[in-house]
Each structure stands twice: as C-alpha cells, then as structure tokens.
Design a protein around this ligand. Structure first.
Ligand SMILES: Nc1ncnc2c1ncn2[C@@H]1O[C@H](COP(=O)(O)OP(=O)(O)O)[C@@H](O)[C@H]1O
Ligand SMILES: [Mg+2]
Length: 303
C-alpha cells in the first residue's frame, strides 16, 4: 500500500516510528510536509502538488499536524478527503479537537463529565464567575495551548482577574476552569486506535508544578483504567470524531473529568512507558480500513 505521513518534521520520533512500522509491514511509505503542499481547485478533479509534482496513487494518509498550522493542515486533509484517500484523522475532527472550548462544548453536550469551565468576553463580571467555579484558585487556559504552555494556575482573585484581562487585551480568548486539586498534579492519557484503547499511562507533574505534560518534565508510568474510565475515553474519541486519539482526563472526587482529546498524540512518551507498538497498531488498523474500502468515517459524516 502507498501511505503518506503528513509531517513537518521527518526526524520526529512519532513520524519515524510510523514510517518504520509501515516499512516493516511491507508498505511504500513517504513523508510529506503538509505546509509545502499546494492545493489545486477547479478544472476537474482536486489535486495536490508537492515540490511541483502531483501527489498520486496513495491509499491512505496519516496526518501529524502541529498546533501552529492546524487550519492549513486541515485544508490539506480536506483535499485528500475530496480525492477519496483514506485519512487516519478527518479534517473536521482535527479542527474540533484543536480548540479546547469546542471539544469541551461537544463533550458536555453529550453529557460527558468535564471540569466546570467558562469562556468570557471583555465585559464579564470575572470575580462572580470565578466564585461560581469555587475558585480561586482557578486554571486559566489559552484555547490552543499545547504542552501545557498556555495553562496557568491563578492562586488568588487578583491574579486570576489580571491574567484573564491581560490575555483579553491581546485579543485572545481564554477558558477559566475549576482547579482539580485532588488530581495531585497527575493526569491520565489513554491512546485510542480504531475504537480500542491500546495503551494508557499516568503522568505525574514535577514537584511544585500542577501540569503533568511530559514537555514540562513530568514522569509517566503505565496505568490500568477502570471500566467506567474506558467507556468514557472511547465515547470522548467518538464524539470528537477521531479514530486515533489521545484522550486525557483527571481523576477527581466526582470521578473522571475529561480535559482534552488530542488529534495528533505523540508516540514517544507512551510507546516508551508502556512498551506497546502503537505505530504498528495504527498501520494495521489503516490496512483493515483500506481493505474494507472505507473512507474515514469522519470525512463521510456531516459535521
Ligand atoms: N482544571 C485543572 N485542574 C488541575 N490540573 C489541570 C487542570 N487543567 C489542566 N491541568 C493540568 O495541566 C496540564 C495541561 O493542561 P491541558 O489542558 O492538557 O493543556 P495542554 O493542551 O497545553 O496540554 C494537564 O495535563 C493537567 O495536568
Ligand atoms: Mg494536555
């Protein structure tokens, strides 16, 4: 099979891991930088040019789209969808998952548990809203944060209000969230491939840090999930429309609370910690889908 990996970093662990897994299973693998794809519209069939030549003959794409280029990345995926190529990540699902507000809105609409949160505009009465979250402390998040970089713990009302106002002055939309103290700086990452959880780990933040991102120096260990947690993870991935996803949740006094659903979850941390060949599982799942003649369920569904 001809499989393209859309990635801006050919040397990245996840890209290399997928490449190796595909080659091992006898596939023709190619890495294409989506930022350098040109999308042709009109004049018959949709086409994609890469380095001046049309991309042709592939059966599947595996998008690994970074946060800084979500919109163009989604446009590239949409073009492949229009060309009838199977995609591991649908364009609509990518955009839905990238925006924390949108993800939480969809999850909450489906009555799945999420932390109490609000979005606000310039004129809102912030102290009142923060009290509604039983804060301070509260967690303030930029909507497109990754690696914990746009996630701040505000310990008191004055700090919380001034951080939100400062972001708003910059024209950024922020989400304010109740602080789940009892999570103790830990969260759970579950990796979903084709409607199954193939690996899960618990990440523990460094001392003095509440963010459990591995990029923030957290450590991780394999972690078993309860039946309830498994069901929740699979539902969350389904609602966002992702067949391959990293679903994160916090363990709170009132049970698991979903935090985000990642459309391009990294493989390095979780493959290393759990010893599971996730890239191999993704490739095998792509084989099944393409053999069954399926387009991404997401690309076919109206979102
Ligand atoms: N409401 C919260 N209460 C407690 N800890 C939180 C809360 N929100 C986020 N965190 C911690 O901060 C980390 C980063 O937050 P997250 O929303 O996942 O942003 P990012 O997308 O940048 O990783 C989480 O993994 C979690 O450990
Ligand atoms: Mg996160």
């Amino acid at each position: 099979m001809n499989i393209l990996i859309l990635s801006r970093g050919a040397g990245l662990y996840s890209t290399q891991s997928l490449l190796r897994a595909g080659v091992l299973r006898g596939h023709e693998m190619r890495i294409v930088d989506h930022a350098r794809c040109e999308l042709l519209l009109g004049g018959g069939k949709p086409e994609i040019l890469y380095e001046g030549r049309p991309l042709k003959g592939m059966q599947a794409i595996i998008p690994r789209i970074g946060a800084s280029i979500t919109s163009y990345g989604a446009a590239v995926i949409r073009h492949f969808e229009a060309m009838g190529v199977f995609t591991v990540t649908g364009s609509a699902a990518l955009q839905k998952a990238r925006d924390k507000q949108r993800t939480l809105q969809h999850l909450a609409k489906a009555r799945l548990p999420v932390p109490r949160s609000f979005l606000t505009n310039q004129d809102s009465n912030l102290p009142l809203l923060i009290e509604l979250l039983h804060g301070p402390p509260v967690v303030i998040k930029l909507l497109e944060s990754t690696h914990g970089m746009g996630v701040i713990l505000a310990e008191n009302m004055r700090t919380a209000v001034s951080i939100v106002r400062a972001f708003q002055r910059e024209g950024l939309t922020v989400m304010v969230q109740e602080f789940i103290r009892e999570a103790g700086g830990a969260d759970i990452r579950a990796f979903v491939v084709g409607g199954r959880i193939v690996a899960s780990m618990r990440r523990q933040a460094q001392d003095g840090e509440f963010r459990s991102n591995l990029h923030r120096g957290a450590t991780a260990v394999p972690e078993a999930l309860s039946a309830n947690e498994r069901e929740l993870v699979l539902k969350a991935a389904r609602i966002v429309g992702l067949d391959v996803a990293g679903v994160d949740f916090l363990r709170s006094r009132r049970g698991p609370l979903l935090m985000e659903v990642n459309a391009s979850p990294g493989l390095e941390g979780i493959e290393g910690v759990t010893g599971v060949d996730i890239a191999g599982q993704i490739i095998r799942w792509v084989e099944q889908k393409v053999r069954a003649g399926k387009l991404s369920p997401v690309s076919k569904r109206k979102l």
